[in-house]
Design a protein around this ligand. Sequence first.
Ligand SMILES: [Fe+2]
Length: 121
Amino acid sequence: MKVGGELFDRTRRALRAHAVAEEMNFYRPLMGHEMTVEKSRHSVSEHKEIDDLIEQLEATDPSSSGWLATAQKLQHLVTHHLDEEEHEVFQVAGKALSDNDKHQLATSYRQEMERQLDAMA
Ligand SMILES: [Fe+2]
């Protein structure tokens, strides 16, 4: 039986694909701008925290109370992370990146996300 079932399986794949695609096609270029370097480092460290919680869930019996407590921690962290990206990071990134950069990065982000999801299927 898969750890945590189908929903957990889909969620962890999406979160891992998100982290890789975004670090390559969003945070890496943003690291090169003074106005976005700190927020980029913060977001990348949250990706690591998210991945650590996923690993913790994978190593825990899904029927235990500990699994649910860790899953709730993951839910809170992911909600916080996406909220911060949408309300803080994207705004300042919009000033750091040119329109051409944004267009190219959005395309390469989507391609990498698909590639990652295919590789994990
Ligand atoms: Fe992210």
